[in-house]
Design a protein around this ligand. Structure first.
Ligand code: ACO
Length: 332
């Protein structure tokens, strides 16, 4: 009997505070029409003062464990995907572990930005199929708002991102043809500097100085057009690779959960692959790009809306900083 990893609970959390495109236009030289036309985003959420990455992670993780009928003592490994940890070190996972009361389990951060949750799903899959762990909690949580520069030179980046957290409880199953069927992961470090926050840098002495602090290196910088073109080229390839490994076809898929970086990227990929609109769940218009929290947010919402039921075939895929890409095929 072969072992697989199956998702037994999902959770999603966004703060109440809605920030519209018009709100941003009061702070920087942008406008609702440009943002909607170029990205599809209408609004995003920002944490209120004092709410931490771990606070959001706790909400999402608690809901995922609850749906699975699990408590902290059942979790054998904790994976936390984020580019915005509360501390530089230690990693975010031990803080989430402590908050949830998980004991005697490895707690690991995954720093894969927009593909972080998908890399986490792949890691959980391998952990479980190896027989080492039976129950893995995977959390993706991001506070992007505190890392944005509200100035015109950063407007291409600032308008895109929002805050959120999502989580999956993932467990061993011996049911045939259920759970994570395959994954495909890829990295291309040639473009690592094209979407990056360059400070702080360990090779600077000291790594954080007033000079660096006052430079633009403390803010994210992105070659937006290059990211766009690479994303629409890479996503179909990585999706096809994962489908092939799962032994299923594009037509078999019931729901495509794409990373939400730009609605136009997703529309481009869907139309180039002849994927009908009704098989794609997008939520970028309400949340923006929430990086490691995006994939669980899309799947959680699609489940709640009845688009993912037991037996549904889900293809989750993303592209982001690194550049990295990933696709995971799951039979629900
Ligand atoms: N409001 C108004 N005007 C703007 C804004 C804004 N927020 N941002 C840029 N502009 C202007 C530019 O200054 C430029 O003006 P100019 O022609 O006078 O010089 C014009 O709009 C066009 O700028 P481009 O950067 O060429 O616009 P583009 O059509 O490429 O859209 C965008 C920019 C939306 C960022 C797009 O390139 C994109 O979505 N790229 C991919 C983003 C992405 O996928 N990121 C990856 C995820 S992030 C992660 O992994 C952490």
């Amino acid at each position: 009997m072969s072992i697989r990893a199956r998702v037994t609970g999902t959770g999603f959390f966004v703060p109440d505070n809605v920030v519209t495109n018009d709100d941003l236009a009061k702070l920087i030289n942008t406008n609702d029409e440009w943002i909607q036309q170029r990205t599809g985003i209408r609004e995003r959420r920002y944490v209120p003062e004092g709410m931490s990455n771990v606070d959001m992670a706790e909400h999402a993780a608690t809901d995922a464990m609850k749906e699975a009928g699990r408590t902290a003592s059942d979790v054998q490994a904790l994976l936390a995907a984020t580019l915005s940890p509360d501390y530089t070190f230690p990693s975010n996972a031990p803080f989430i572990q402590e908050r949830l009361g998980i004991r005697n389990a490895p707690a690991i951060d995954l720093r894969n930005q927009c593909t972080g949750f998908l890399y986490g799903l792949a890691t959980a899959d391998v952990f479980i199929r190896s027989g080492r762990y039976e129950r893995v909690l995977l959390v993706g949580s991001e506070i992007q708002s505190s890392g944005m520069e509200f100035a015109d030179r950063s407007r291409d980046v600032t308008v895109i991102f929002g805050d959120a957290a999502g989580a999956f409880m993932i467990e061993k199953t011996e049911e045939p043809d259920r759970g994570i069927l395959s994954f495909a992961l890829r990295g291309d470090g040639r473009s690592a500097d094209d979407l990056a926050t360059r400070a702080e840098r360990a090779y600077e002495m000291p790594r954080l100085s007033m000079e660096i602090f006052e430079s633009e290196d403390i803010w994210p910088r992105m070659k937006g057009r290059k990211v766009f073109l690479e994303a629409v080229r890479e996503l179909p390839e990585i999706i096809n690779k994962a489908l092939e490994r799962a032994g299923v076809t594009l037509d078999d898929v019931d729901l495509f959960a794409f990373h939400q970086a730009n609605l136009r990227i997703n529309q481009w990929v869907a139309s180039s692959m002849n994927i009908p609109d009704e098989k794609v769940w997008n939520n970028i218009e309400r949340y923006g790009n929430t990086t490691a929290a995006t994939i669980p947010s899309v799947i959680h919402e699609a489940r709640q809306a009845g688009f993912v039921k037991d037996g549904s075939l889900v293809c989750a895929a993303g592209f982001g900083a690194g550049f990295t890409s990933a696709a995971v095929i799951v039979r629900w």
